[in-house]
Design a protein around this ligand. Structure first.
Ligand SMILES: Cc1cc2nc3c(=O)[nH]c(=O)nc-3n(C[C@H](O)[C@H](O)[C@H](O)COP(=O)(O)OP(=O)(O)OC[C@H]3O[C@@H](n4cnc5c(N)ncnc54)[C@H](O)[C@@H]3O)c2cc1C
Length: 594
């Protein structure tokens, strides 16, 4: 199986030309950050992850995890060793608050590292990813007393975190959850309830596991307005910081599943015996607000799973296409066979993988940088603009990214022919692992609704309008640059024009039409955003080509050109699907589904 090759140059190009890392790292709070240091650190992260974590991917998939009779869960020893090294090297703490031992680097750097971590071993990556997302919420909403006990160890990764929302009757509808909480006289709480599908709910990679659990306080109103967030440690912590008694928290089962075999998906029983000792995070009945801080971070990083897996799948497919010989290409001499990469359709599949991953990376890093600016921009107005940009793009990054993850890793199998279906090549694992990402962290259907119902109407459509205006400006810049960039700009103008039409249609549509058109709209949005970012990267490369005739820079123009001709035109077709309305789905004389 091909070793993972961290795409450092591609990542850097996006950080330089889309994110503007130099400007970002000059913002208040990042004064200690030099862009060049970030690039050096990313190179070191890439080396570490490809050498230490990537080799555990296949082992994790084939060995899986085991739940023991005492309820403990064992993960492959190679992963335990890799996790210890990850923590020792300080990678989980990149963006953590320096007051609690973090390195205080921009979140966009952590996102770039997370791409490489996910590509190295997605099942493994979920543990630090969820911990970092939990830290995000805890840092914002936890009390100083609680933070003094838990935050440093969570930031370092010495202890890991979970996000426990789902119950058998409360999946997409989180408001239906029933776990209950009650206060004790000493100021602590007790929680009782069963949660299902809890990722890394129990394992042996860390000494303590800190569960962030949603439950209902006494007399809480129904639905999401009556949910509170609690911190429930697996082991209680003594006053001197040492680990004390085991809490009333049990893993009562682990799921067998299609992919991410090395990530324990646990049924967790909290407080079955006497009530689990719990600490309130944020205010009573404001748990959903706290959880959203956690989920926004996690959603972006789940979108990133589509990217990481697709990049690794592309590398495997590319290597295979260069070595496998089959059939004759048009110019292959008689009696000889060609490398399959010489066949136009194989090239098309590879290029489809390559350009989509580049587009997706730019979208995800841009969204992550908006998150940084929402916390660090110099004034409140800029911080608010950035927060809204992040809110707009997060559901697109999550859903378009994870749909692409499934499609591109499937193409990776296709390029291998029959060998892709055989586990030995590793292509199948990437596809199996990718399949969960459109489902968890809010299904992609729910993301589309979030985009259409909540995000597009923000500020009466002004947030989306300013993003579309940026795309139009980039298209004009491409047209003005002329040469090979002109037609790319024209294609982008046409596509963003279609997106503007459907956006206007959605903003004025009935609730049922909005819900019916949401999914094709999100797809259209993702496709156009992808063209926008590739166009900007092509412009940047074009500028640099005037100084140096580097073939790698030419590939950035070629990527935008391929995308403009082969993928952007799909945006127009999707417009009809959006505006077909709910009548097509419901008001039918004969029901298609009967
Ligand atoms: C491997 C794995 C790991 C997980 N990890 C965690 C974790 O760590 N913590 C945690 O709390 N949960 C976790 N989950 C749970 C996951 O988040 C849920 O499975 C997911 O939110 C969907 O809920 P559900 O399974 O109940 O599906 P349902 O909500 O029953 O959805 C079924 C289908 O109906 C659609 N649907 C439902 N409601 C609507 C609606 N209002 N409008 C439109 N369509 C709708 C959905 O999009 C979906 O297609 C995990 C799940 C898995 C499989």
């Amino acid at each position: 199986m091909t070793d993972y090759r961290p795409p450092l140059r591609d990542i850097r190009f996006v950080l330089e030309n889309i994110v503007d890392l130099k400007e970002l790292s000059a913002l208040p709070g990042f004064e200690h950050v030099e862009a060049e240091d970030v690039y050096d650190a990313l190179a070191e992260a890439g080396r570490f992850l490809s050498e230490v974590v990537a080799p555990t991917n296949h082992i994790g998939d084939t060995t899986g995890i085991a739940r023991n009779d005492d309820g403990s869960v064992t993960v492959p020893a190679e992963m335990v060793a890799a996790y210890r090294q990850l923590v020792e090297a300080g990678w989980p703490a990149i963006k953590g608050d320096p007051e609690y031992g973090g390195h205080g680097f921009p979140g966009v750097m952590a996102t770039a590292v997370q791409e490489m971590l996910t590509a190295s071993n997605m099942a493994f990556s979920l543990c630090p990813m969820l911990t970092t997302s939990a830290v995000e919420a805890f840092q914002h909403h936890g009390t100083d007393e609680l933070k003094a006990v838990y935050l440093e160890k969570l930031i370092s990764g010495e202890w890991t975190g979970t996000m426990a929302l789902t119950e058998p009757e409360a999946g997409s509808d989180v408001g239906a959850l029933r776990a209950k909480a009650w206060p004790e006289e000493d100021g602590t709480w007790r929680v009782q309830g069963t949660k299902i599908f809890i990722t890394w709910g129990e394992h042996d990679m860390a000494d303590n596991i800190i569960h962030f659990v949603l439950a209902r306080a006494p007399e809480a109103p129904p639905g999401t307005k009556g949910i509170s967030l609690f911190l429930i440690p697996k082991y209680l912590v003594n006053e001197d910081g040492s680990l004390g008694e085991k809490n009333d928290v049990e893993c009562v089962g682990v799921e067998r599943k299609l992919g991410i075999h090395a990530s324990p998906t646990c049924v967790m029983a909290y407080g079955e015996q006497r009530g689990a000792v719990a600490y309130l995070v944020g205010e009573v009945n404001k748990g959903m607000h706290c959880m959203f801080t956690m989920m926004n971070d996690a959603r972006l990083h789940v979108g990133l799973e589509g990217l990481g897996l697709s990049v690794r799948s592309y590398q495997l497919a590319l290597d295979y296409a260069r070595t496998r010989r089959q059939g004759r290409a048009l110019d292959t001499p008689k009696g000889q066979s060609a490398q399959i990469i010489e066949h136009p359709n194989v090239r098309r599949m590879l290029m489809t993988m390559k350009v989509n991953t580049e587009a997706l990376r730019a979208l995800i890093l841009d969204t992550s940088a908006a998150g940084d600016r929402s916390g660090h921009a110099a004034n409140e107005a800029d911080r608010e603009v950035a927060a809204r940009r992040m809110a707009l793009l997060t559901p697109v990054a999550k859903a378009w990214g994870t749909d692409l993850g499934v499609e591109l890793t499937s193409l990776g199998i296709q390029i291998h022919g029959g060998m892709g279906f055989i586990e030995e090549t590793g292509a199948a694992q990437l596809w199996r692992d990718s399949r969960i990402a459109p489902i968890y962290e809010g299904t992609n259907g729910i993301q589309a609704i979030d985009l259409a119902v909540r995000k597009i109407p923000m500020d009466d459509g002004a947030v989306v309008a300013s993003y579309l205006a940026e795309i139009e400006a980039a298209a004009s810049n491409l047209v003005d640059a002329g040469d090979r960039l002109g037609p790319i700009g024209e294609a982008l103008h046409r596509a963003v024009g279609e997106l503007r039409k459907t956006t206007d249609w959605l903003l004025n549509a009935s609730p049922s039409d909005t819900l019916s058109g949401a999914t094709p709209y999100l797809r259209q949005f993702g496709i156009v955003a992808g063209g926008y970012y590739l166009g900007r990267l092509a412009l940047a490369a074009h500028g640099r080509l005037a100084e140096e005739d580097d073939p790698w820079l030419h590939t950035k123009v070629e990527a935008a050109d391929f995308y403009a001709k082969q993928i952007l035109p799909q945006a127009a077709g999707l417009g009809d699907a959006v505006s077909a309305g709910s009548e097509q789905l419901f008001a039918i004389a004969g029901d298609l589904l009967d």
